[in-house]
Design a protein around this ligand. Structure first.
Ligand code: ZN
Length: 311
């Protein structure tokens, strides 16, 4: 199931508590459904819960009875078609919310959001018919697709006015229509909770936490790998230098305190300085100092013989 259908499933289970909010949700759902007009049109959805909720809203919120038939979605999947086949029902729906269907441009009629409580219901309805949210594993993005510019701007303004939490939506033109969208995870979480989908908001929060933990682990692993590489290349350089001494003058030529370390390093290229020191009973900086001497001697030999230490 997509993240959008999860959200919509949760929203469709929200109980109607107040008459005013039910009407507002009905208005939001039908206004953005593309069948809020005098002409016959249908709203097609693959989501059965959304289709049923629209009919319920039409009946309870506007006293209008719609029709549910079956069809095929744009993705060629079985879908539900919600429509108002009777012209009288279409007019009744328009009139209920103070529209005539003759307006040159479809706008949001604020008179239908009587009380401050109604904005949430209205936006829930709008999301049911024109909203989508991207899988948070991919991207934090929630949008409302609106066919008309003025209506998109009205929706944008309404979202900006939600005072329960700060929201910074944006509007963009897309494919002959408009989208009003929200990008960041925090505001999307707040908006989902506000609309009545706290479960989806929680899921988004968990995905975000999981991503953060994963990033931290990656960062740590990269850091450790980088450190390890440094140890290895330093050690490889020492081994090459010691090998050069061993192959030419022999390790026996070395002063006694260097001989033991040289052998130990040759046999244990991956030991840290601390570990080498523990073996020899000297400090880490003592080991470092001796290794520097071995390096200088070995690299001098390599230089004289024209061998470059590539490491
Ligand atoms: Zn209300």
């Amino acid at each position: 199931m997509s993240f959008s259908s999860e959200i919509k499933g949760e929203l469709c289970a929200v109980e109607f508590k107040r008459e005013c909010c039910l009407r507002a949700e009905c208005y939001g759902a039908w206004l953005f459904s593309r069948c809020f007009s005098r002409k016959e049109n249908a709203f097609v959805t693959e989501n059965g819960a959304v289709a049923r909720r629209m009919l319920e809203l039409a009946a309870a919120g506007a006293g209008v009875s719609g029709e549910l038939t079956f069809g095929v979605s744009r993705r060629q999947k079985p879908a539900y078609r919600v429509s108002l086949p009777e012209e009288s029902s279409r007019l009744a729906m328009l009139e209920e919310f103070g529209h005539t269907g003759q307006e040159t441009s479809l706008r949001l009629n604020r008179a239908n959001l009587e009380n401050p409580c109604c904005a949430a219901g209205f936006l829930r309805g709008a999301f049911l018919t024109c909203g989508t949210a991207t899988d948070p594993n991919k991207e934090y993005h929630l949008e409302f697709a609106v066919p008309y510019r003025n209506l998109a701007n009205d929706l944008y303004t309404l979202l900006c006015e939600v005072d329960a939490f700060p929201l910074t939506p944006a509007v963009a033109a897309r494919k002959g229509g408009y989208v009003v969208y929200v990008k960041e995870s925090g505001p999307i979480e707040d908006l989902l909770t506000y609309l009545g989908a706290p479960g989806a908001a929680m899921e988004l929060m968990q995905v975000k936490m999981y991503k953060e933990v994963k990033n931290n682990i990656n960062r740590k692993t990269n850091f450790e790998t980088a450190n390890m590489d440094k140890t290895f290349s330093a050690s490889a350089r020492q081994v090459a230098a010691i090998a050069a001494i061993s192959d030419t003058e022999g390790l026996e030529s070395l002063p006694e305190e260097l001989q033991e370390l040289a052998k130990l390093r040759l046999d244990n290229p991956d030991m840290t300085l601390r570990e080498l020191g523990q073996r020899l009973g000297i400090t880490r900086s003592g080991v470092n100092h001796r290794l520097q001497r071995l390096l200088r001697m070995g690299e001098e030999i390599m230089e004289k013989r024209g061998i470059s230490n590539m490491l």
